[in-house]
Design a protein around this ligand. Structure first.
Ligand code: COA
Length: 371
């Protein structure tokens, strides 16, 4: 079997960001307008008045301080509370492909590779802009890559599951090099008018170049990947092509992200910690021997809890870096951003774990070692 490496990663960060204070100001204006417009129904007990959000709550409950978005003005418009994306003709590069291409180009440049070096593209993300043609095929075309491409979705675990598919393709010889691209336009599947979750997500794109080890020096050896799923409705989004056939509201609240945040926290944290330690043990390692954990970035306390379970003490930022304070939850891209921004200082031989967890439930871990 061929040895496989992560040669390089790439990152696209939108130029616009929204602080908690800006977000809460827009939300609270929306709340005031809603309550004023429905004053009579609220007074009659027919409607419940909406409650204001708070920047202090958001940071305390999640660790999030701001998020990057592709369109700030639509989200912060209290009469809209949703990004505004101009429709593009079919012959223009679509928005999700555009940000995927930007991250992919970054990864290729860092690896010193061009399109001719890559045999396949996997677009692994929690939302695809359309059913077909696959986003991955459009990204492949825009980059001028030959070979094959396909989309896959395992929600927040899409990137780690994508890395395993890429590693298997390289290991089996069906590709020398595979680009895994994670364009996450989370702003478009978030209900910005829901106080319980309006602060959770941000937009970003990441890319991971998975290659045969013998294509060059350096990179990160993939020692193993481990995937697990267990069905849960606690994070769910019912948007889909059957909506227009159903008698329910095709634009209803259930067609956007919704979750039982507390249950997710309680159920997924122990699962993720157990998953990582079992994976490490199967490879002959222990959590104490891991130099750095690049964990999924959804909630700061969740990551602290997972790290504490693994290390039997609190992890330092150096051991489990946090990027969700700046990026918020970026679905599948979160652990890859953490890796991308915080790996240069590790030494040859250092061991690391990339781990994602989220809807499904799904958990994916990738154990890597600096070459
Ligand atoms: N501003 C102010 N107060 C708020 C608020 C807001 N935006 N949203 C909720 N609250 C209030 C609630 O009304 C509640 O008040 P009560 O105690 O009087 O009933 C209180 O704050 C606690 O709400 P709760 O929803 O239980 O908060 P939490 O501490 O569980 O934090 C999450 C919420 C979503 C941040 C947290 O559960 C989480 O991150 N879970 C994991 C989510 C995750 O990883 N999801 C994966 C997605 S891919």
């Amino acid at each position: 079997m061929t040895d496989v490496v992560i040669r390089a990663t790439g990152l696209f960060t939108p130029s616009q960001s929204i602080s908690n204070e800006e977000l809460v100001a827009a939300f609270n204006t929306y709340v005031a307008k809603y309550n004023a417009a429905h004053a009579a129904e609220i007074a009659a007990g027919e409607l419940t008045a909406l409650t204001e959000s708070s920047a202090e709550f958001i940071e305390k409950a999640s660790g999030i301080k701001q998020r990057f978005v592709l369109d700030k003005s639509g989200v912060l418009d209290p009469t809209r509370m949703y990004p505004r994306f101009a429709p593009r003709p079919d012959d223009a590069l679509s928005l999700e492909a555009e940000i995927g291409v930007a991250a992919a180009r970054d990864a290729l440049a860092r690896a010193g590779r061009d399109a001719a070096d890559v045999d396949a593209v996997i677009c692994a993300a929690s939302n695809m802009q359309r059913p077909y043609p696959a986003m991955a095929v459009e990204i492949q075309h825009a980059l001028g890559i030959k070979g094959f491409a396909f989309d896959m979705n395992v929600a927040c675990s899409s990137a780690t599951f994508g890395i395993e598919q890429a590693a298997n393709a390289v290991r089996s010889g069906s590709a020398r090099s595979v680009l895994v691209v994670n364009p996450e336009i989370c702003s478009a599947h978030l209900e910005w008018r829901d106080r319980d979750c309006h602060f959770i997500f941000g937009d970003v794109a990441t890319a991971i170049l998975v290659e045969r080890a013998d294509m060059g020096e350096g990179g990160w050896a993939i020692l193993g990947t481990k995937l697990a799923t267990s069905f849960s409705n606690n994070i769910r989004n019912n948007a889909g092509f059957l909506n227009r056939c159903e008698d329910t509201d095709p634009n209803g609240r259930d067609k956007l992200f919704r979750q039982e945040g507390r249950k997710v926290f309680k159920e997924v944290s122990p699962m993720a910690a157990e998953h990582i330690s079992t994976h490490l043990s199967a490879l002959g390692h222990t959590p104490a021997g891991v130099r750095r954990f690049w964990l999924h970035q959804a909630n700061l306390s969740m990551n602290q809890l997972i790290a504490r379970r693994l290390l039997e003490r609190d992890a330092t930022f150096d051991e489990a870096p946090v990027i969700l304070d700046q990026y918020a939850n970026t679905a599948s891209a979160g652990s890859i951003i953490a890796f991308h921004l915080h790996h240069e200082d590790l030494a040859q031989g250092d061991l690391g774990v990339i781990c994602s967890f989220g809807a499904g439930y799904s958990i994916g871990s990738v154990v890597i070692q600096r070459r």
